[in-house]
Design a protein around this ligand. Structure first.
Ligand code: NDP
Length: 285
């Protein structure tokens, strides 16, 4: 390996553990296919080392980095500026370093919206979002900024769902409200975008599905899942069987990586190459 090249254009992730991270496979495959001398590495950064890790990235000329939990909120104190959606979401998962200046963005929701655009325009959507955690928050804000008309948050813990709905309603143009999650929840007929943004369907909850009356899926609606593995969750299979259009969490992950690479390098990488790399990394090809 040419070490000079290796150090000249680094990107990566500041994670709690330096274990296997599918984003490494996606980014490395994308950069390689584009013949770019850019690498992506996963670094274990303990919370107390975050400030030094940031200084190190600047000193080594990194183009930027991703932050996963527990750094997504704490990183904001180390940045020079924060993009609009990251400010509204209150969390940063992508940092761009340019001329020593650090800008924070949140690309979780942007990845979702870009994946959604392959099926429909988010404008005028009447969306139902199950969940009120980090993924739901990012998706709700980004959908609202992309022109969704109405968003209903449905969550197990009412206080969390209520707080998210009020925040989105007050800080964006979209109408956003909370509905308590009653057993066998009935999806309103006029919903045209229905999203599982909970962790149900993801290991160890991969044999479970949402407590929803599956006979109420409106035919033709886009039904999405944030869970990337397995791609076709029980939730998505039921939606497809009911005549809906399924959107897997794989697209969200790949599109997030595409948005990150564009922010860092200005280049649009090959989505198909990255899609295949992710499938291989997850063992689903
Ligand atoms: P959080 O822990 O922040 O939130 C989890 C949400 O799931 C909460 O709303 C929680 O409800 C709900 N939930 C969990 N278990 C249940 C259950 N048994 N019944 C009802 N509700 C439940 O997690 P994140 O938002 O960060 O992540 C959620 C999922 O999104 C994960 O599977 C993650 O892997 C995935 N993800 C995918 C991405 C992609 O690119 N494809 C990107 C980011 C995340 P309550 O508030 O009541 O606890």
């Amino acid at each position: 390996m040419d070490v000079t090249t290796f150090l000249s254009a680094l990107t990566g992730s500041f994670s709690q553990s330096a274990g296997k991270n599918p984003t490494v496979s996606i980014m490395e495959a994308g950069f390689e296919a584009a013949h770019m001398d850019v690498r992506y590495i996963n670094c274990e950064v303990a919370p107390q080392d975050l400030a030094n890790a940031v200084k190190g990235a600047i000193a080594m000329g990194w183009l930027g980095f991703n932050c996963s939990l527990p750094h997504k909120e704490k990183i904001i104190a180390h940045l020079d500026s924060v993009g609009e959606s990251a400010r509204l979401i209150g969390a940063v998962n992508t940092v761009v370093i340019r001329d020593g200046q650090l800008t924070g963005e949140n690309t979780d929701g942007k990845g979702f919206v870009e994946a959604l655009r392959t099926q429909r325009d988010p404008r005028d959507a009447q969306a139902i979002i199950f969940g009120a955690g980090g993924a739901a928050r990012a998706i709700a804000i980004e959908l609202a900024l992309a022109g969704a008309t109405s968003i209903t948050i449905v969550n197990r813990t009412a206080a969390r769902g209520q707080a998210l709905a009020e925040h989105v309603d007050q800080s964006t143009e979209a109408e956003c409200s909370f509905t308590p999650w009653e057993s066998q929840y009935k999806i309103p007929e006029d919903s045209d975008l229905i999203i599982n943004a909970t962790s149900i369907g993801f290991s160890p909850q991969d044999d479970q599905t949402l407590d929803v009356d599956l006979s109420t899926f409106p035919t033709g609606a886009v039904v999405a899942d944030v869970v990337p593995n397995p791609p076709m969750t029980r939730w998505l299979q039921a939606a497809q069987d009911a005549g809906c259009v399924p959107l897997t969490g794989v697209g969200m992950l790949v599109n997030q990586a595409l948005v990150n690479a564009k922010l860092w390098t200005g280049e649009t990488l090959d989505a198909a190459v990255m899609h295949r790399a992710l499938e291989e990394a997850l063992g689903i090809s």
